[in-house]
Design a protein around this ligand. Structure first.
Ligand code: F1P
Length: 342
């Protein structure tokens, strides 16, 4: 039996390689993606479960900003339980179904519900080309190098998100964003090397008992995923909020054993820094991820819309090290299975 967390470690540190392969795959399908994603959709709905739902929360705003099509993220269960709330009365609409395994019952049901009620297209994003999801709908986007043996999503999350962003940038003919996204694999390798010790320090710090992950706009879905990683892997108290929402009640939980992780945008930077400053005055420690913090040199020249996944390896490593420090095994998270089947 490999040592504790061996699978999770390999997948975290290996994700820039998976990003590289994802890049090549999407770039080889540019004509198809332009034709497929620019069909005059009235709206786009991104859906998934757990980490894949948080991925949807990160991918949908980018799709809307780049393609000008109204896009939102909804948990897969909401699609089939409340179709009259979630699905448009008329199409054509696009449903982007995100699922590492491609077998999660809720995602398959969401796609079936959409198919039966709305004219449009279903675009699967998964890690398994042989999965039910990939086999049931046409031309899936597959993060083929991000298949994971561990239960919690790490490389699969960032690779599928990168694929969603690349496909969007290709369809939108945004060569600026494409050029920035193409830099991420090399930057990711550099970043993991440079930051793994500080991630370990924070993860292992026994003085920290509560984690708060704050993000807005492009970063809210990422903040939610940082929270889920810490929760699933280390069984720690953690919550995620939109940055400015934190003052409206949740900040009452701040104490001197709290760490507030802020994923900084450009558009909201001034307000976001003010929130972090206020939390420090209440006794919390803060950790900034964005143009200034530890990612400073690496995110130079990257838009707030393209640098997001660079924050994830640090947050994943923080959770990984905290789990080990707590005597847990990141490869065997409590109560979890790799796929939720109903
Ligand atoms: C992925 C997922 C994870 C969750 C847990 C169970 O499902 O729900 O998001 O953290 O690991 O599996 P999917 O992406 O395969 O649909």
């Amino acid at each position: 039996m490999p040592n504790r967390g061996a699978y999770t470690w390999d997948e975290i540190v290996g994700q820039p390689v998976a990003w590289e392969i994802a890049l090549e795959d999407v770039l080889s399908r540019q004509a198809e993606l332009k034709a497929r994603l620019r069909k005059g959709f009235s709206e786009a709905i991104f859906t998934g479960c757990g980490s894949s739902y948080y991925l949807a929360l990160a991918a949908a705003p980018f799709f809307q900003v780049v393609l000008g099509v109204r896009a939102r993220a909804v948990p897969a269960s909401e699609v089939f339980l409340f179709p009259e709330v979630v699905l448009p009365a008329q199409g054509p609409a696009l449903l982007v179904t995100i699922s590492r395994s491609g077998e999660t019952t809720e995602v398959l049901r969401a796609a079936e519900t959409f198919s039966s009620r709305v004219e449009g297209d279903i675009l699967p994003i998964t890690c398994y080309e042989t999965s039910t999801l990939a086999q049931s709908y046409s031309q899936p986007l597959v993060a083929r190098a991000a298949k994971e043996r561990s239960i919690v999503e790490t490389s699969s999350f960032t690779s599928m998100l990168l694929i969603a962003q690349l496909a969007t940038a290709v369809a939108g003919e945004r060569s600026d964003y494409l050029a920035q996204l193409r830099k991420l694999p090399a930057l990711g390798k550099e970043l993991i090397e440079a930051q793994k010790d500080s991630a370990r320090q924070m993860g292992e710090d026994p003085e920290i008992e509560r984690f708060f992950f704050l993000g807005s706009g492009p970063n809210y879905g990422l903040a939610c995923e940082g929270m889920l990683k810490m929760k699933e892997t280390s069984l720690s108290y953690c919550e995620a909020f939109h940055f400015m929402e934190f003052r409206h009640g949740p900040k009452s939980m701040i104490d001197d054993r709290s760490l507030v992780v802020g994923l900084l945008s450009d558009s909201g930077r001034e307000h976001e820094l003010a929130v972090l400053e206020e939390m420090r005055s209440l006794g919390a420690r803060t950790f900034e991820l964005g143009p200034e913090g530890p990612l400073a040199g690496l995110t130079k020249g990257l838009s707030e819309w393209t640098r997001g996944i660079l924050s994830m390896p640090i947050l994943q490593l923080m959770a990984y090290y905290r789990a080990l420090a707590r005597g847990l095994d990141p490869d065997s998270p409590t109560h979890l299975e790799a796929v939720v089947l109903l």
